[in-house]
Design a protein around this ligand. Structure first.
Ligand SMILES: *Cc1c(COP(=O)(O)O)cnc(C)c1O
Length: 221
């Protein structure tokens, strides 16, 4: 576990290496309340969780002091509680999920920014849409009233050498630009969420403006 001072140092170090338009998101899975509190104290306002249940105690305690991102695969039966608690969902990858989210948003008249998760490495065992399926989903979702597509997210295959991630980030950026040019109604390509502890600099070079960092902020899990 990292101390508050160590976390503050890590935040400063990372901020030094990234341009100011890039959002630093803390990927907080498995971290203690003290660590999450320290990240807020260090000025990080975007926090991501993979599981709703893990996030809930933090959201109820910290609430509006942070912006809460769902960054894990979202099951249909968790759509309601996610809509009720999160500010942005980065992992929409099916029409069924989009429609379920829309239904829950409509009940509370809450609009929900979402990103489409793209499986840029076309990995069979991973979540996210294969690149060739993304446009159809985004077009279909542009008709939704409450769920609003604001960009793309990708994980990409994991490598030791961050250079190996570059082609997958390029694929995602190309899709991002392509979708932007379609000028779909109620759809914007504002956010491109890609890059983690070992690959965020490459991701930023390839157009990322949200980096999701766990290990480099908090230490090894
Ligand atoms: C854990 C996680 C991260 C951060 O990974 P690190 O390598 O620890 O920085 C980013 N995105 C998602 C979706 C994650 O689950």
């Amino acid at each position: 576990m990292s101390t508050a001072l160590e976390i503050e140092k890590s935040v400063k170090q990372i901020r030094k290496t990234i341009p100011s338009h890039v959002t630093l998101l803390a990927a907080a899975k498995t971290r203690t309340p003290e660590e999450v509190e320290a990240i807020i104290q260090a000025g990080v306002t975007h926090i991501g969780y993979n599981y709703v249940q893990e996030a809930l105690p933090f959201i109820s305690k910290i609430g509006a002091k942070a912006i809460w991102h769902m960054i894990g695969h979202l099951q249909i039966n968790k759509a309601k509680i996610t809509v009720e608690n999160f500010d942005i969902i980065e992992t929409v990858d099916s029409w069924k999920l989009a429609l379920t989210l829309e239904r829950h948003c409509e009940k509370t008249q809450k609009s929900m920014p979402v990103l489409i998760e793209i499986n840029s490495g076309r990995e069979e065992n991973k979540t996210g849409l294969f690149p060739e399926k993304v446009e159809d989903l985004v077009v279909q979702m542009s008709g939704l009233k409450y769920v609003q597509v604001k960009g793309l997210m990708t994980m990409g295959p994991r490598f030791g050498d961050p250079e190996d991630s570059r082609p997958y980030y390029q694929t995602t950026y190309k899709m991002f630009e392509h979708l932007r040019k379609l000028n779909l109604p109620d759809t914007t390509m504002e956010y491109l969420s890609m890059g983690m502890s070992n690959s965020y600099l490459v991701a930023i070079e390839e157009g990322s403006n949200i980096i999701r960092i766990g290990t480099k902020l908090f230490g090894e899990r």
